[in-house]
Write a protein that binds this ligand. Structure first.
Ligand code: ZN
Length: 426
């Protein structure tokens, strides 16, 4: 069985695996058949060997703390029917997940702090091995801070030219670099403000689903994001980009990473979640805070931050906890701008979109974490509510939302220009 390869499956792992079993098997089927399936992880003395049934292209690794893990991203690999031989017990459990079509992630749960060294892919490309060296807690944390390392080709490879054709190691780019930047549309003047609109969820993550009519959050968020984009392009006053323009999965880090890479002036993540109470309706704007404004905000953050976790593997490569973020001056300024935009959004959009009375809430939402980009998460309504779902899924509703967002954006940047002594014309 695909997931039967943890040596010590604790109750939590088991539960998580059962929950995501159906999901993960869909992922496996979606992966291309030619990639090297992961079939075994062996621990021999202090060496760990990951074996594949076909050649893989390259790999990179990074460490994660609390709990201590090693994550391996292997390009040209796919989730397979692996066996895990625990060996000396340095590794407590092994899990795997499909990060993207061409890249699988293997996560090794460490029993004690250890770092990996001497990593190499065999000349035939069918195994990856590295040594595990026990270390101190503080040395482990230092290694975590160092980030990702790509594996070099084996040193003896150049001495074996006959093998080279089949064993070229291509280090995969870091996750943020792996995402192609979307096109920027709208005003041609590069000095105009850039707004990045993020359609929540996507791909294997449908987001919330209305149980009555089957409407999915990922579909309405995409349609709304596209409507906002079209409205902004039409105005010709700002530049705009979408994090996704189709049914694609992005980890949370990639979403705000796109905004940061493009140098966005504003980031809006569009959502339409479910409430326990089917009567709950109306829009809410969330901004980042270390502590949630209320229980509902805390629950929402917990749910949204889980979008990165599939089959117990955190595809985002970091913990969903943002309580430890360093709130420096940049972040503080971004948070103030975000909060002022949140209020403006309600003021300008409420003629078109019904808002809840407590329309501005705070939570430690991962997707709002970019320290230098003012960001809001716009809950456009509840997909679990019949009226909201109909509004959000309709062309008319989407255009109303887009009009409201575009007006708020216009006022927001006109104010900024006025403050900086510029003119708001154009
Ligand atoms: Zn959502």
């Amino acid at each position: 069985m695909t997931f039967g390869w943890t040596a010590r499956i604790d109750a939590m792992h088991k539960r998580r695996m059962l929950q995501s079993l159906a999901l993960a098997s869909t992922l496996t089927m979606a992966a291309p058949g030619s990639a090297g399936g992961i079939y075994a992880v062996d621990v021999r003395d202090d060496r760990v060997i990951v074996r594949f049934d076909d050649r893989v292209d390259g790999a990179s690794a990074f460490l994660l703390d609390t709990p201590r893990r090693i994550a391996l991203d292997i390009s040209g690999a796919q989730v397979g029917r692996g066996q895990f031989a625990p060996g000396n017990g340095a590794i407590a459990a092994v899990r795997q997940g499909q990060l993207s079509e061409g890249t699988a992630r293997v996560v090794l749960d460490l029993s004690s702090p250890a770092t990996l060294g001497d990593a190499q892919i065999a000349p035939d490309g069918k195994s990856l091995s590295f040594s595990l060296k026990g270390t101190t807690d503080s040395a482990f944390r230092t290694a975590v801070g160092r980030g990702r390392t790509s594996f070099d080709a084996p040193a003896n490879m150049s001495a074996r030219p006959q093998k080279r054709l089949h064993s070229i190691t291509v280090p995969i780019p870091s996750m943020a670099r792996g995402v192609a930047l979307p096109p920027v549309e709208g005003a041609r003047d590069g000095a105009r403000p850039l707004i990045v609109i993020d359609a929540g969820h996507g791909g294997h993550d449908p987001g919330a689903i209305n149980k009555e009519n089957g409407k999915r959050e990922k579909d309405v968020t995409l349609a709304i994001a596209q409507a906002i984009r079209d409205q902004l392009v039409k105005s010709g006053r700002v530049r705009v980009a979408l994090t996704r323009d189709d049914d694609k999965y992005l980890v949370l880090q990639e979403r705000y990473g796109i905004a940061r890479k493009l140098g966005a002036d504003l980031f809006i993540s569009v959502h339409a979640d479910a409430a326990e109470n089917a009567e709950a309706h109306g829009a809410t704007v969330y901004t980042l805070s270390e502590t949630a404004s209320d229980r509902e905000a805390a629950r929402l953050a917990a749910r949204e931050n889980k979008a990165d976790i599939i089959n117990g593997v955190n595809l985002g490569g970091q913990s969903g906890d943002v309580s430890s973020i360093l709130i420096d001056l940049t972040q503080r300024e971004s948070m103030n701008i975000s909060a002022s935009f949140a209020r403006l959004l309600q003021r300008e959009a409420s003629p078109y979109v019904p808002f809840r009375s407590a329309y501005h809430r705070f939570a430690s939402l991962m997707v709002l974490k970019a320290p230098d980009t003012p960001s809001v998460l716009f809950e456009t309504g509840y997909i679990s509510n019949a009226d909201d779902a109909a509004f959000l899924a309709s062309r008319e509703g989407q255009q109303k939302i887009a009009r409201g967002v575009a007006r708020a954006i216009e006022v927001h940047f006109a104010r900024k220009l006025a403050m900086h002594g510029g003119t708001a014309g154009g």
